[in-house]
Design a binder for this molecule. Structure first.
Ligand code: PRP
Length: 185
């Protein structure tokens, strides 16, 4: 275990089980639709490891796209303060089924914004999948379609999630030791 990790919250084995379960749910649901293109749309950077594992387990033919957004953060800012840093072009998503792939939901602002954004851009359907969900942190009402695991309000890193761009490559999700960020935040 990395020296800065206090405890492992989701082990490699559990992550594998989660990915297989979520992929099976997605396959089952999308088998019911009539034709069309299914696009897995990963939100950079945190989703990249989950996205890579998930796409290998989904049997339904998929295409992939990526977006990067940044949030104007903090609870003092009103809803919808999302800035798009890397977008997808309209022709890539019009009349497609979009499944937005996230690593974690906190306030719910990012996904709440993006679901509306893709509907307005002409997607045929928009659903969301997140590896981790922290319901205790919600500031806007938002319920993802697929959830890997609900977790308590702890500072987690690994499997794509970072602190100050570090720890993304850890193969598990762990709780960061407060000593690793004390005095820095
Ligand atoms: C994280 C995460 C989501 C968002 C969730 O991204 O990947 O995109 O925050 O938060 P919300 O529910 O409060 O909107 P972050 O801004 O840390 O960027 P990163 O994925 O590049 O690490």
């Amino acid at each position: 275990m990395d020296k800065d990790i206090q405890k492992i919250l989701v082990s490699e084995e559990e992550l594998d089980t989660i990915v297989r379960r979520v992929a099976a749910q997605i396959d089952q649901d999308y088998a019911k639709r009539e034709g069309g293109r299914l696009i897995l749309l990963g939100i950079l950077k945190g989703s990249v490891v989950f996205m890579g594992d998930l796409m290998k387990r989904i049997r339904t033919p998929v295409e992939i796209e990526f977006m990067r957004v940044s949030s104007y953060g903090s609870g003092t800012v009103s809803s919808g303060d999302i800035r798009i840093i890397l977008d997808v072009s309209i022709k890539e998503i019009q009349n497609c089924d979009i499944l937005i792939v996230e690593d974690i939901i906190d306030s719910g602002r990012t996904l709440s914004y993006l679901v509306d954004y893709f509907k307005l851009k002409g997607a045929r359907s928009v659903r969301t999948v997140t590896l981790l969900d922290k319901p205790a942190r919600r500031e806007v009402e938002f319920t993802p379609d697929y959830v890997g695991k609900q977790i308590p309000d702890e500072f987690v890193v690994g499997y794509g999630l970072d602190y100050d761009e570090k720890y993304r490559a850890l193969p598990y999700v762990g709780v960061l030791d407060p000593k690793a960020y004390q005095g820095n935040s």
